[in-house]
Design a protein around this ligand. Structure first.
Ligand code: GTP
Ligand code: MG
Length: 227
């Protein structure tokens, strides 16, 4: 696909986001990104979570798109804006531009694909390079339903997550294993991190006190979560 085509698609996603952001019916908004090699199952994972659907057809993502899902944490309406990025290298410039302002990342590999596991370290470096310092990350080994074709053991996944200081889940978008749990945990650790910031700096005013909403851009100096 020509570069202009990709830019147009990314700009369509941006327009969709602007419309979506106009809906103020939430207490907090968290921007999340799903990243990882092509074909690990990022789009499938998002469709399973947002629409409870799955298809075995592979349509590789072009550029970037997002879905919205609202969850409730301690009586607060938390709107998740979940960006699904293309894993293919040629879209890297476009996709990394969206890292800024993300509060959480799902870094995915495929347990049946060694190369996707080897690439985790690089993806982690990309997060450090392009995102906000306090962004929270969960490592996910997807396709755990394909036991016969597994090449990355649970132990290796766990070891790598320990080494990188990340939490870890094995999941299956196909069989709906640990999909909801991954998102819920990510929301919880983002909330914990925000409460920590509040505790460590008493001059920070909670959003719930000011009535201000969290928006796409995290505002570490004045954001708080009552989750
Ligand atoms: P890009 O958009 O190119 O970055 O790929 P992606 O990571 O979005 O992969 P996608 O979700 O399109 O899935 C790739 C293929 O893996 C598709 O054929 C899916 O049906 C299949 N797939 C995704 N998740 C699972 C899973 O949990 N189990 C099994 N068995 N297949 C899966
Ligand atoms: Mg995709």
């Amino acid at each position: 696909m020509r570069h202009e085509g990709v830019v147009q698609m990314a700009s369509a996603a941006d327009n969709k986001w602007q419309k979506d952001a106009a809906d103020q019916n939430f207490d907090y908004m968290f921007k999340l990104l799903i990243i990882g090699n092509s074909s690990v199952g990022k789009t499938s994972f998002l469709f399973r979570y947002a629409d409870d659907s799955f298809t075995s057809a592979f349509v590789s993502t072009v550029g970037i798109d997002f879905k919205v899902k609202t969850v409730f944490r301690n009586d607060k309406r938390v709107k998740l804006q979940i960006w699904d990025t293309a894993g293919q290298e040629r879209y890297r410039t476009i996709t990394t531009a969206y890292y800024r302002g993300a509060m959480g990342f799902i870094l995915m590999y495929d347990v049946t694909n060694e190369e996707s596991f080897q690439a985790v370290q690089d993806w982690s470096t990309q997060i450090k390079t392009y995102s906000w310092d306090n962004a929270q990350v969960i490592l996910v080994g997807n396709k755990c339903d394909m036991e016969d074709e597994r090449v990355v053991s649970v132990d290796r996944g766990k070891q790598l997550s320990d080494q990188l200081g990340l939490e870890f889940f094995e999941t299956s978008a196909k069989e709906n294993i640990n999909v909801k749990q991954t998102f819920e945990r990510l929301v919880d650790i983002i909330c914990d991190k925000m409460s920590e910031s509040l505790d460590s700096d008493p001059t920070i005013v909670s959003n719930s006190q000011t009535g201000r909403k969290l928006t796409q851009e995290p505002q570490p100096s004045n954001s708080g979560c009552a989750c």
